[in-house]
Design a protein around this ligand. Structure first.
Ligand code: SME
Length: 169
């Protein structure tokens, strides 16, 4: 039987949001480099939330988003112009976007036929968008305020590290 979104959140086996944030906070000090920090982050999120079927990070480079580490099926969208997709819309506004039904959103760029809903959380540092966390779910309306709060907290942690690396000393 397919596990519902509610079961996935309440079955008691997953880490709660605070524990995930603490773990990623720990990675920000212990990971040997940014690449390994981001890899550990996408893997932890994918492992801890069964309805996060595809978890990836895009980096803003000029006028396009470039796909970095991800877990899930390979995506054809490794480079997304800022004017395109739900990813482009979130990066352009700098605000989190939750789409409950991707098939009803004309901006949606399909990654997998199974995807039903999506959340995109910009990674902002000193007022600039550096990239974003993008998560797809095969369940309709999978993402709630709890997911937004969790992912915005993680985006802030990552922003400090990505921002520090991209700042010329
Ligand atoms: N669905 C995204 C494209 C990225 S894939 O989901 C990995 C969008 O509409 O921008």
């Amino acid at each position: 039987m397919m596990q519902s979104v509610t079961d996935a959140r309440d079955d008691g086996s997953a880490m709660n949001s605070d524990a995930i944030i603490d773990a990623i906070g720990g990675f920000t000090s212990s990971a040997p480099n940014l690449k390994l920090l981001l890899r550990a982050t996408v893997e932890l999120l994918h492992q801890q939330r069964p309805y996060y079927h595809w978890v990836g990070i895009y980096f803003l480079e000029g006028e396009a988003l470039i796909l970095g580490p991800y877990v899930g099926k390979p995506s054809p969208h490794t480079r997304i112009p800022l004017q395109q997709g739900i990813c482009g819309a979130a990066a352009s506004t700098g605000e989190t976007l939750i789409v409950d039904d991707v098939n009803a959103d004309p901006r949606y760029l399909a990654c997998s036929l199974e995807t039903r809903s999506e959340i995109v959380v910009p990674i902002r540092y000193q007022g600039r968008v550096l990239g974003e966390i993008d998560i797809d779910s095969d369940e309709l309306a999978a993402f709630a305020q709890e997911d937004r709060q969790l992912l915005e907290a993680i985006a802030s942690l990552l922003a400090e590290k990505i921002g520090a690396e991209s700042t010329v000393p």
